[in-house]
Ligand binder design. Sequence first.
Ligand SMILES: [Zn+2]
Length: 356
Amino acid sequence: MAWTKTDDGSIVDQNGRVIFFSTKRFIDDICLGNCCFICGADPTEKEFNDEHVFPEWLLRKYDLFARTITLPNGRKVRYDRHTVPCCVECNSLMGKTIEKPMSAVVNGGPDSIQNHVAANGALELFVWMGLIYLKLHLKNKTNRKILDTRVPGGMIADDYEWDLLHHIHTVVRCFYIPTMIEAQVFGSLLVLPCRQEGSPDEFDFGDLHIAQTMMLRLGRTAIFIVFNDSTGALSFFRENMLDKITGPISELQAREIMTEFAMLNLHLKERPIYQSELDTVNEQHRIIARLPDRPELEDWNYEVRGKLMWNAFGHAWPQLRFAGTTEEEVKEVILTGKLTVLFDDIGNFVSGPANL
Ligand SMILES: [Zn+2]
């Protein structure tokens, strides 16, 4: 017997395993419900052991267990208590197929992440980052109203945003459901070397959720990702900025690059559209992308840049003393959207803390 379609438009196999979640089922069961965020099982049907948003080996490596993460609404939560519902089966499969190989890569020395992407492509890193991003947002579901006040000018509607998470969810499930993913489905991914400056932390994390953009700093390496741009942001970043970054980046510079990726993504004139093609007879799932031949940008909106930047590094305002002496003064400068910590007044890369 082949795959069948349920009333809500999901596809299930003969054992009831969900091959494809309709947006409705994804929202009802996973975003709003308590079902396993991978297979969709109800907690009453299977054994559950919840999954950390940031995997345990990462919490151990960077000594994050008792430390806190600040949620978008300002509330602090301990990293080790930041979990989403996951069944034992999916948790162990994820450990074996994603976390184990990724921990070997991250533990492999200063250039191992770059080398891994160069040798094996971006799929594994994309899925790993996608899982963190998805878990983080599923965790934030109860904070939605407060999250919304941070959306500049209501650019993305509520239901549209769930839709975007639905796309990431469909992609990251490829370790669980064999899925053919067109190359164009993948978003921008960039790995850059970092220098230690500012806080002594080896670990840093940031996301700009309206732009589906995320950054992770692991020791001397920063990873930037956009999930839904089919590499549009990266192509413009390569063209206009990457060559000018002539050395390892600082913590704040990493956050400016995250802002830049988010800006480029939000300014894409024509957005890629993602679709799942389901061949229920031959039992094949394929994710495809429709996008323009050449991405184009809309006029740069500095007000949006200012808001994104304040979200990205407003918390570090004391490190921006050159911009003002109080939080309000620094905020005002950042909100103009014109501030850069990457380049000096004549456009040269800032390679040390001297003029900060
Ligand atoms: Zn599961």
